[in-house]
Design a protein around this ligand. Structure first.
Ligand code: 4AD
Ligand code: MG
Length: 430
């Protein structure tokens, strides 16, 4: 028996192969069954002619419900009319395990229903397309940094202190001490950047976000490069070069999936550097000219980002946000300490922030004052302050959220479909 996959079927034309998979759909003319078999790599039509198999096999296929697991043996034939260009003429057939009535039928289901059946919903064409794009994005991310001298470092998941503010911490008991799930690997990355120069961390991060939005998850994946001897402007250059590379890779590798998702690829093709760069104050002016009533010095909300990004045909970078709306570690702008050396990269088409980062405060005294001003426990940051004592250098980095990037590249209205099992407000099953 030669086992084949749908993805690799072209190399078996004219030969007999066995395909192991699940019955995706079926239609029958009485004398011929047309079985759509899905094996995880794709779907193929298997043509079962009554006269060419045993009566038992023909009958077994007839009775077989949707999503049963099946083993099909037959000859591969090229067929221009079929969706993927090939079909299998069935010689023998076996139901491995007959499915109970499958809850997800071709009819339209509500999102709540589909989310409850997420473990089964993953079998659909749409979810296949999204998760394949996700896998390509992740591989492109790794390749980008691996090929450019960044060392992969793994930062801890269990941490004693907050990186991104204390309001979104998941707290847990660490042998009688308080600990938290990490919000970001950045602080540890600053230590590894001082050790290795250019580093990146890539792992799950956690935020107890107490509001329901289309862009927030409780658990999401973030890639975080950090570079020693790097200022804000160099950091922006890396961010835009990196993002243009990732989008280019998806366009090269995942056209079929983007078509399945009916994604208009013109806006993706427009993702070419340089990206427009706006000082926070310029961004506020544009917002007000377009109907936003954002008060002076406020952070942008999701709606503001939507208005702003709709004014441009490609991603934009907003820099120098007010220090008051950003984290304690941001370097102050020497010319106007009201602002900090931060940057957010906002995706077009209304998607908004997918990257947050900036230049870090490298001065010991200024950093201590910032920790105090943010009412953070100084003792938890002893090791972090050491980095400013022993060979402090200008350094910068950023974090890209994988799920927001998947949502934008796939053109999805909500972040929930970008990860196999999303963790959302008050929802942890399946
Ligand atoms: O802007 P954030 O909070 O930045 C940091 O965590 C920095 N410490 C990163 C760094 O400089 N190394 O988060 C970075 C990105 C956001 O731009 C967004 O894409 C994503 O992480 N993100 C979320 N994605 C999904 N759900 C959430 N709740 C997210 N919070 C942030
Ligand atoms: Mg941010």
């Amino acid at each position: 028996m030669t086992r084949a996959t749908v993805e690799g079927i072209a190399q078996h034309v004219g030969n007999e192969v066995t395909l192991l998979g699940w019955l995706f759909a079926k239609r029958s003319s009485g004398k011929i069954h047309f079985l759509q078999v899905r094996d995880g790599t794709g779907t193929i039509q298997c043509v079962m002619v009554k006269a060419q198999v045993s009566p038992e096999e023909f009958e077994a296929a007839d009775r077989c419900p949707q999503e049963s697991s099946v083993a099909v043996t037959g000859t591969v034939r090229q067929d221009a009319r079929s969706a993927n260009g090939y079909e299998i003429d069935v010689k023998s057939y076996r139901t491995v395990s007959a499915s109970e009535p499958y809850p997800i039928s071709p009819k339209e289901h509500g999102t709540a229903f589909l989310m409850e059946h997420r473990h089964l919903w993953l079998r659909s064409r749409r979810q296949h397309a999204i998760l394949r794009v996700r896998a390509s994005i992740i591989r492109a991310i790794r390749d980008y940094f691996d090929d450019r001298g960044f060392l992969l470092v793994d930062t801890p998941i269990l941490t004693p202190a907050a990186c991104e503010g204390t309001t979104t911490l998941f707290e847990l008991d660490y042998f009688g001490e308080k600990a938290y799930l990490t919000q970001s690997g950045q602080l540890y990355n600053e230590a590894t950047a001082a050790a290795f120069g250019k580093v990146y961390a890539f792992g799950p991060t956690f935020r107890a976000e107490k509001s329901k939005t289309r862009r927030h998850l409780m658990e999401f994946w973030m890639v975080e490069p950090e570079m020693a001897f790097c200022d804000l402007w160099q950091n922006m250059e890396v961010a835009e070069d990196f993002l243009a590379y990732v989008v280019g890779r998806v366009l090269d590798e995942r056209r079929f999936e983007l078509t399945t998702l009916e994604r208009d690829i013109k806006p993706l093709e427009a993702v070419q550097k340089p990206f427009p760069r706006l000082h926070y104050e310029e961004a506020v002016k544009i917002l007000r000219a377009n109907g936003s009533d954002i008060p002076d010095g406020d952070d942008f909300g999701g709606d503001d980002e939507t208005i702003l990004t709709k004014q441009f045909d490609r991603p934009i970078i907003v820099h120098h946000y007010p220090s008051a709306v950003k984290a304690f570690y941001m370097k102050q702008d020497a010319e106007d300490p009201k602002y900090c050396m931060s940057m957010d990269l906002l995706a077009p088409e209304g998607y908004g922030e997918i990257i947050g980062g900036g230049q870090r405060e490298e001065d010991l005294g200024v950093l201590q004052a910032a920790i105090a001003a943010h009412k953070l426990p100084m003792e938890a940051f002893g090791w972090y302050l050491d980095l400013r004592r022993y060979g402090s250098v200008p350094h910068s980095g950023f974090g890209l959220g994988v799920e927001r990037t998947v949502a934008w590249i796939c053109g999805l209205p909500h972040i929930r479909e970008t990860i196999p099992f999303p963790r959302m407000l008050e929802k942890i099953t399946p």
